[in-house]
Design a protein around this ligand. Structure first.
Ligand SMILES: NC(=O)C1=CN([C@@H]2O[C@H](COP(=O)(O)OP(=O)(O)OC[C@H]3O[C@@H](n4cnc5c(N)ncnc54)[C@H](OP(=O)(O)O)[C@@H]3O)[C@@H](O)[C@H]2O)C=CC1
Ligand SMILES: [Mg+2]
Length: 431
């Protein structure tokens, strides 16, 4: 007998004193300490917990819900409630349901459900946060931002040709749980996603019940629409926790190149921290892919920077820009961002010994054209107004494995990037 989500959630909902829901944070390692030893799979307890959880879920399923075929009833009930309204309205203009009337979900419960669905999958790797603090000035809780190209389902199954990734590993019913598990494990305050083609039926309903407010901006001509049995266009999505931030304004930007409208988009939002009253701008983008398009990406990057100059009133508001730029650090568009009058720095450079080099890869796949290992994904931030307190370490080559990504235990060809930020100084300081 399936109980309504309300009873499930109210019985299970646990909030800490600050009202923030936090799972135990992964370990924190200082950059000077030796990198994580040999790759270690998620410890047996996780899988044991998962099987216990799946047992628990099975036992609780007698009273609450039985696990559906690969999808818990909880998801499908939530998806159905939202889907019906999504189906009945023009998707681009679907207004998220009133956040005041959402049935909250307990993140621990959803994490257990994900792990129950994934009980046949190999262990997932625990990535540690590297402590990058140079002082301990900030008293406010950090702002945790996740950047992630989650691989559109239609592209993964229909176009991307990851020849070393078994089709079985890409089954949506399980791959979505790997994506949710990564989000729940690191509990970002803000999520910047690319290649989202399951916004209305999966991420919006679930993340809104975890307290996030979401915005989706599809590509005008998504390549997903070329794929048979697609789920609609892919695009960028931006989610933030409503109990931490207030939305001041939001802009959907269709990027231009040489004044021509292109197929790539961005979302830029100004948020106000409820704790400190400080405002900042957060943006997400996904630039044109493939070699031969370097000048095009450079032009798109310049257009995005111009938009962000205007939105931040000439860098008066601190800025964080997340994206799959589809560009190595050697490309022009990277140099435009690194030398912009917005005074940006790339956060993941701070993981390197000298603080000056990007990681060796953020995406690693094998297509028919061969093995593609690249650094294409970045988190840019206002280097005078924001501090990077920590960054999530990347998977090692051994953890990624010989068949590279995506795989049975990592859902995308791109790694997620996660950083904790704090404001540097009082509002009247230089940005
Ligand atoms: N632009 C337009 O005006 C028009 C566009 N279209 C449609 O748009 C599509 C182009 O979309 P657009 O987003 O601009 O294209 P992009 O070149 O930006 O790439 C589209 C997707 O393909 C992935 N990709 C990159 N390299 C490869 C590869 N070697 N093999 C397979 N997939 C790859 C990218 O993933 P990642 O970013 O992770 O690398 C990205 O998600 C066309 O295929 C067509 O369907 C149709 C008519 C007009
Ligand atoms: Mg892709």
């Amino acid at each position: 007998m399936f109980q309504s989500p309300r009873r499930l959630c109210s019985a299970l909902l646990q909030r800490d004193a600050s009202g923030l829901r936090r799972l135990p944070a992964p370990g924190l390692r200082r950059p000077s300490s030796p990198p994580a030893a040999a790759p270690r799979p998620a410890s047996p307890r996780l899988l044991a917990a998962a099987s216990a959880a799946s047992g628990a879920v099975r036992s609780c399923s007698r009273t609450v819900c039985s696990m559906g075929t690969g999808t818990s009833r909880l998801y499908s009930a939530l998806a159905k409630t939202l889907n019906s309204s999504a189906a009945s309205q023009h998707p681009e203009y679907l207004v998220s349901p009133d956040p005041e009337h959402l049935e909250p979900i307990d993140p621990k419960e959803l994490l257990e459900e994900c792990r129950a669905v994934l009980h046949t999958r190999p262990p997932r790797y625990q990535r540690d946060f590297v402590d990058l603090r140079t002082d301990c000035s900030s008293t406010h809780p950090p702002i945790r931002v996740m950047q992630w190209n989650i691989l559109a389902q239609a592209l993964g199954e229909g176009k991307d040709n990851f020849v070393q990734c078994p089709v079985e590993a890409l089954k949506w019913e399980e791959r979505k749980c790997l994506i949710l598990e990564e989000i729940l494990a690191y509990q970002p305050d803000i999520l910047c996603l690319q290649e989202v083609d399951h916004y209305f039926d999966t991420f919006q309903p679930l993340l809104s019940r975890l307290g996030y407010q979401g915005t989706f901006f599809p590509k005008p001509w998504s390549p997903c629409l070329d794929v048979e049995h697609n789920n609609g266009p892919d695009g960028c999505a931006l989610f933030f926790l409503q109990n931490r931030f207030k939305l001041i304004n939001s802009a959907n930007i269709r990027l231009t190149a040489m004044t021509l409208k292109t197929n790539q988009v961005a979302i830029a939002q100004t948020l106000e921290c409820k704790e400190s009253g400080r405002q900042f701008c957060i943006a997400v983008t996904h630039l044109k892919a493939r070699t031969g398009w370097e000048r095009f990406r450079s032009a798109q990057g310049c257009d995005l920077l111009q938009n962000l100059q205007n939105i931040t009133q000439g860098a008066k508001i601190p800025l964080i820009v997340c994206g799959d730029f589809n560009a190595e650090p050697t490309e022009e568009v990277y140099k435009h961002f690194a030398s912009s009058s917005l005074n940006l720095n790339s956060a993941y450079k701070l993981l390197s010994a000298d603080g000056q080099s990007e990681p060796p890869y953020t995406t690693w796949k094998i297509r028919t054209s061969g093995e593609c290992r690249h650094t294409l994904d970045y988190i840019w931030y206002s280097k005078h107004a924001l501090n990077v307190r920590s960054a999530l370490d990347l998977l090692t080559e051994e953890q990624i494995g010989p068949n590279r990504l995506p795989s049975f235990n990592y859902p995308s060809d791109h790694l997620s990037l996660v950083c904790d930020f704090s404001f540097t100084e009082e509002p009247d300081g230089l940005l």
